[in-house]
Ligand binder design. Sequence first.
Ligand SMILES: [Zn+2]
Length: 406
Amino acid sequence: MKKSNNFKLHKLVNNRIPSEILGCIRKWGPISRARLAENCGVSRPAITRTVSALLQQELLVETALSDSKGPRRKDGLVLNPEAGYCIAIAYTVEGLNVIAMDTSYTVVAETSRWVDLHPMTEEERLQTIFESVDDILAQTRDLKGHCLGLAVADPGVIDHEAGIAKWSSILQHWHNVPIVDIFQKRFQLPVLLLNGASTYIRAIDRLEMREQSENMFFVQFGAGIGCCFKLGGIYISGNAMLAGEFGHWKVTDEPVQCRCGGVGCLEAVAALPAIANNARAALQHGSESVLADLESFTGYDVLDAAAQGDRLSFRIVCEAFDQLGQAIGGLINTLAPEVVLIEEVVGRAGPDAVASLFQSIKRNILPSHSEHLSLRISTVESQLARIACLGAAVTTLDTCFEYDSN
Ligand SMILES: [Zn+2]
């Protein structure tokens, strides 16, 4: 199916140099013209000329620099939050998030709903999503600047070019849904369809890393395991946006069934459902644990029990983390990142379990790779729909600020 061309994402620049200068201001702002010339590699006269034009177009504003001398000196350049805004939508098994983000990359409206989207029909699911978008549109009615576009981060396999959600393992009745056409008709706005996982790295890079590393990973850990990358300053999404499915890396010959249909995948032995299953199996074999007092429990409960010193839980979590560490080590040896961030939820298992994960990673990487490597637990709250939403909004604004030579 051909992508509808009725709506095009609103481009804010039509030249390369202004686009690069806006990118530098986003990264370093508030920044003076002199520092901009140093950091951007553009001559001072070109900076002066372009910045004047961007101020006139109201894409930039000047603000007092904190080190400025005298009350009248105002030469810190920042992106103008009132140049427009975008809306981003994401849905996962955990629910539905919608945000509005202005052109200074600040969230200006937000809604979050815990709703089980899995069993719904396509029509019911779309109506539920529309209600949340309507809510955000009402909240943003008085914002200055206009809505530049709407991004939909789908949790399944998508056809980005055609704007179609092909299928999802976590949503029933969700086959070949023409998301772009449906949302454009409903909201009369340009629409971008993105794969949820491809948006995580942008959110983490922009909101946590502040674009300070060119080579980094973010490892997702929860009901599944995945990874997303920025390498050589470029976000890697792979063919059909399918890169990063490293939860389906085979790590054992044990006949452990994975939800992908395969056997012995990392996810099947180390993700939260596997941790909970291993704890249940150990209890059935008579192991002692605080978990035995619970009527039912999930992988989160096992992490919490491990943090509280429950020996069985700690052992099971460390076994899973050892598998995870081996796989992350293999990735580090292959791609040589500078920073590896692991999803915040891992920290729930407590500092000793986190230390065991980091030790497992370090045992599996070359000394040359560990020398300049920073391993960290992410500080961004583990709520994938929200992370996807932030990343989708960032992707939309980046696209609006990018110069497109075509
Ligand atoms: Zn698998």
